[in-house]
Design a protein around this ligand. Structure first.
Ligand SMILES: *[C@@H]1O[C@H](CO)[C@@H](O)[C@H](O)[C@H]1NC(C)=O
Ligand SMILES: *[C@@H]1O[C@H](CO)[C@@H](O)[C@H](O)[C@H]1NC(C)=O
Ligand SMILES: *[C@@H]1O[C@H](CO)[C@@H](O)[C@H](O)[C@H]1NC(C)=O
Ligand SMILES: *[C@@H]1O[C@H](CO)[C@@H](O)[C@H](O)[C@H]1NC(C)=O
Ligand SMILES: *[C@@H]1O[C@H](CO)[C@@H](O)[C@H](O)[C@H]1NC(C)=O
Ligand SMILES: *[C@@H]1O[C@H](CO)[C@@H](O)[C@H](O)[C@H]1NC(C)=O
Length: 478
């Protein structure tokens, strides 16, 4: 029962099981109405999640995390990498975003992510020359501030930084991509010197997405009729095969034992025919059991693996350039409510996670298509407008709201816009094509959501004066 704590001395009958040892989550905030940081931190605590990966070092989120004991990976976005090529700027970043939180009851920072997938193929090498100097400067600044042993600078990389040749598509043939081979070698040698791990994002869903020939069961962990046999190793899932391709690429440059952590892995629940809650549940069920069992992969068997799920919450303002599924990666919905049963401790006892508490919603009001509308000639234009400024990804083919009739589709689009505009009265007109209602238009498959109240999404930082008064109080109490 490793990982389970029995609190019988505290409460008569009751126990809680903590998560798979290394399990963390990615907390992204590309949402029109992000949940207040305090609500999110409570959500993490209520579900026993004790590691979190951020995409910056947002002060409100850091304040909410302070004193929680949760281990945090903070990050420098790609657009700041060039600036970090200047050592003084890097030092200021560390001072402001690391040292500042280093106090008793502060934030337990364990990693700094320097960039996010900076060598992604679609970036065309934009960050190729600025990533390494930024990495070096940040680690040196961390060392100078005295954090060298406890905080490591790493670079989350997409699995597209390595591959194996089409002619020999097996894990053992894994090599770093030829166009960045030099940069990758330099980077991993640096990790080896500093003791930082290689951080990789692996997405079995993307293997399946847009590739109808990909064997569905190879994306999951329940066995497959088409395993890959490589040097006597049998691969039954793409996660292992992908991970070991990286191990081989590292071996190729003489660092086959470099520690690896998984920065992102997960399964989306909407926006594509393969993005659905039942598949997400199947994926996490398989993944979490393996992690709990420290099963490892064929090239690194019986090993503990640190993994950060992607992601915690749906993000309705994420770019959909990679696909409509991008806004639906959360194990929780946009409002912190669980989507499907899962057992984060990896014991397979799947049940609904604890939902976010104290979430303030806008009133129970929706905006729908007005069936009395006379002139329908502008309907398409208005739907298009609504969807340009809100999230209509659930309407796409294979998605949860794709079965609505034409009027329902218009209603869905109008409502998403209305909610994105905080239910502002003027946002439910659409040239007379729309009207407000207090009757929930949701169907069995398709949720017409109510957005989160804006008052709740404002800063949760206590005003300075409160901090000052409590400091004063603390002083007198001592
Ligand atoms: C600290 O991080 C925040 C959030 O990512 C960023 O906006 C800010 O510029 C950083 N501070 C410094 C001094 O670089
Ligand atoms: C990369 O190149 C492609 C093709 O030339 C272009 O469409 C895309 O906008 C470029 N992306 C970036 C980030 O520069
Ligand atoms: C990166 O450096 C190489 C070699 O100096 C140069 O050829 C290339 O244009 C640079 N790339 C960018 C995006 O600055
Ligand atoms: C770096 O790699 C070498 C060769 O694999 C290994 O012996 C050494 O322990 C590594 N250094 C660290 C800090 O892990
Ligand atoms: C959709 O709206 C039109 C125009 O208002 C109406 O004539 C039609 O009956 C509606 N269709 C359905 C299925 O509700
Ligand atoms: C719609 O939202 C409700 C309330 O959170 C939830 O219980 C239900 O599962 C959702 N349905 C779909 C299809 O997402």
């Amino acid at each position: 029962m490793a990982g389970c704590h029995f609190l019988i001395w505290l409460i008569s009958i009751g126990f809680y099981c903590s998560m798979v040892g290394g399990l963390g989550v990615n907390w992204g905030t590309l949402a029109t109405h992000p949940l207040p940081p305090k609500v999110v931190v409570q959500l993490l605590k209520d579900n026993g999640i004790n590691k979190v990966k951020l995409f910056d070092a947002n002060a409100n989120m850091m304040s909410a995390l302070a004193g929680s004991g949760i281990e945090v990976m903070i990050a420098i976005p790609n657009n700041q990498l060039a600036a970090m090529n200047d050592y003084d700027t890097a030092k200021k970043w560390v001072d402001k975003n690391v040292t500042r939180y280093h106090f008793d009851g502060g934030v337990k920072i364990t990693y700094v992510a320097v960039g996010n997938e900076p060598f992604l193929k679609s970036y065309n090498g934009s960050f190729l020359n600025v990533t390494f100097p930024a990495l070096e400067n940040i680690q040196n600044a961390l060392n100078e501030a005295g954090f060298g042993d406890t905080i490591k600078a790493t670079v989350p990389l997409n699995a597209d930084v390595y591959d194996s040749p089409a002619s020999n598509a097996v894990p053992s043939a894994g090599r770093f991509r030829s166009d960045i081979h030099g940069a990758m070698t330099q980077m991993v040698q640096f990790f080896n010197q500093t003791g930082a791990p290689f951080t990789v994002n692996i997405y079995p869903f993307l293997s399946l997405y847009g590739n109808d020939n990909f064997p569905l069961d190879f994306a999951f962990f329940d066995g497959t009729s088409q395993p890959v046999i490589d040097n006597g190793h049998t691969y039954t899932n793409v996660f292992d095969a992908n991970f070991d391709t990286l191990v081989s690429a590292l071996k190729d440059v003489g660092l086959g034992n470099l520690p690896i952590i998984v920065g992102e892995v997960g399964w989306p629940t909407d926006g594509d025919k393969n993005a659905k809650a039942s598949y997400a549940q199947r994926f996490y069920n398989g993944l979490l059991k393996r992690l709990a069992a420290n099963q490892g992969t064929p090239l690194r068997p019986n090993q503990y693996l640190e993994v950060h799920l992607f992601g915690l919450l749906d993000e309705d303002a994420k770019s959909v350039a990679p696909g409509s599924f991008e806004r639906h990666w959360g194990i929780f919905r946009y409002d912190g409510q669980p989507k499907f049963p899962v057992d984060l401790s990896g014991q397979g006892a799947n049940k609904m996670l604890v939902g976010a508490k104290n979430v303030e919603y806008l009133p129970q009001k929706w905006c729908v298509f007005n069936p009395d509308a006379k002139d329908l000639s502008k309907l398409a234009d208005n739907i298009n407008f609504a969807c340009t400024f809100s999230d209509c990804t659930s309407l796409g083919s294979g998605s949860t709201c794709s079965n609505l009739d034409a009027n329902g589709t218009a209603s869905y689009a109008f409502n998403m816009y209305f909610q994105a505009q905080n239910q502002d009265d003027t946002s439910c007109y659409f040239q007379g094509l729309a009207k407000g209602t207090t009757q929930d238009p949701s169907t069995a498959d398709c949720n017409f959501t109510i957005q989160i109240g804006t008052s709740a999404s404002t800063s949760s930082i206590p005003p300075l004066v409160t901090v000052f008064v409590s400091l004063l109080l603390a002083f007198f109490l001592l």
